[in-house]
Ligand binder design. Structure first.
Ligand code: UD1
Length: 377
């Protein structure tokens, strides 16, 4: 592919910085627009900037900074977003402003006459599905609603069949599953995805939404207690504390290594088979949070061999299981996950071992508890 002028919003973040390096290595001219939020980057940012990448510290919501960042741009990767699921439930207005309004402002400028933009690729999320797909032994495949509080308080963690009430078995979730986000974060990710796809289609600008499953890998923001479970567990272990697992720890996710997310983005840019589509990016493998904690404990605290603390409580808005059906992205783009869990854990642990993260799990959880967002405590 010829060298492109690329804007990467949120390009100083965990995923964005990996993508920025990969694009620059391929000879593209990369410009990053990032607000450098201290919750993600710390007060003194420590993540090194990829060589050859132009950095603009600025806010997507600042029309002047955005226009400047868009000058001459041909391809946009839109990663700028506020990303804490729990936090989004008490900072709903802020999440909506940054994620939904920010995306609308970006697309308004992209759609303006004179824009040279050829493609927009937006970072979407599995959070827009809510619960994943399941099978009931009696009723067949079903898509259950969010689990009810009464059921959760009685310690029944698995969702019930909407038809007959029996416990369900998880299935891979494909893109046609009806969207049903269970957090404000999920609602804003859905609006980001839909805004980009709808405006792309209306203005004839190829647009792709990549629905990331649970991304992990080196460079994760270990001290950010609002981020994903792999980072939080690593940070606990490195501070000599046991991982804390909500529910019974058997909730299932699809943990996808950041390098595979980069692979998917590059393919979506280089090929046109994903244009105007929303595609899952995962591994297709379901892993429990308990297995994740076990794998990271073996690597980061082998001498203590600490058992995880099973909390038996649940976070409002959490889903039980969701893992990806990756048929679409395989078929359309030739994507294949390359880093599976054991190697991925090695990679994360090797990097995490030399970090000095702060463990803020207790503070962040206390905040959720005080707002009634951790139930059963
Ligand atoms: C959510 C989003 C996802 C986003 C990710 C990171 C949903 C359904 N998905 O994923 O799109 O990429 O956040 O922002 O909203 N857990 C523990 N102990 C911990 C932390 C988490 O047991 O210390 C549990 C949670 O209760 C949950 C599971 O681990 O059951 C995964 O949580 P998390 O990593 O926050 O991600 P998701 O909620 O799956």
């Amino acid at each position: 592919m010829t060298s492109k002028k690329i804007l990467l919003t949120g390009g100083a973040g965990f995923i964005g910085s990996h993508l920025a390096s990969a694009l620059a290595e391929r000879g593209h001219r990369v410009r990053v627009l990032d607000i450098m939020d201290p919750q993600v980057h710390g007060v003194v940012p420590h993540r090194p900037q990829a060589p050859g990448v132009e950095m603009i510290k600025g806010d997507l919501l600042d029309a002047g900074a955005l226009s400047h960042a868009l000058e001459g741009v041909e391809v946009i990767f839109h990663h700028a977003a506020a990303v804490g699921v729990g936090q989004s439930m008490y900072e709903a207005a802020d999440y909506t402003r940054v994620n939904s309004l920010g995306t609308a402002m970006l697309m308004e400028k992209v759609a303006k006459a004179g824009s040279r933009v050829e493609k927009v690729i937006v970072a979407s999320s599995m959070s827009i599905y809510g619960e994943g797909r399941y099978r009931c032994t009696v009723c067949g495949p079903v898509a259950p609603e969010q689990r009810g509080r009464k059921r959760l308080l009685s310690g029944k963690w698995e969702p019930a069949c909407p038809g007959c009430g029996l416990d369900l078995t998880p299935l891979p979730t494909d893109e046609s599953k009806p969207l049903s986000p269970t957090s404000v974060y999920g609602v804003t990710k859905r609006s980001q995805e839909e805004t980009v796809l709808v405006m792309g289609k209306s203005y004839g600008i190829p647009a792709v939404a990549l629905r990331y499953f649970n991304v992990y890998g080196p460079g994760q923001s270990l001290s950010n207690p609002y981020t994903g479970v792999a980072a939080i567990v690593s940070s606990r272990l490195l501070n000599g504390k046991p991982p804390c697992l909500f529910e019974d720890g058997e909730q299932g996710r699809d943990f996808v290594h950041v390098s595979d997310i980069v692979q998917a983005n590059l393919l979506a840019m280089e090929k046109d088979e994903a244009d105007f589509q929303a595609l899952n990016v995962g591994t297709g493998v379901r892993t429990s949070v308990r297995e994740l904690a076990r794998g990271l404990t073996r690597r980061l605290a082998p001498e203590n061999n600490v058992a995880p603390r099973i909390l038996g409580t649940f976070r409002e808005g959490d889903i039980r299981h969701c893992y990806a059906d990756i048929t679409q992205i395989r078929t359309r783009l030739g994507y294949e996950p390359r880093v599976l869990l054991e190697k991925g854990f090695d990679d994360l642990a090797e990097w995490a071992r030399v970090q000095k993260p702060l463990d803020r799990f207790d503070v962040a959880t206390a905040e959720l508890v005080s707002r009634g967002l951790v139930i059963g405590s």
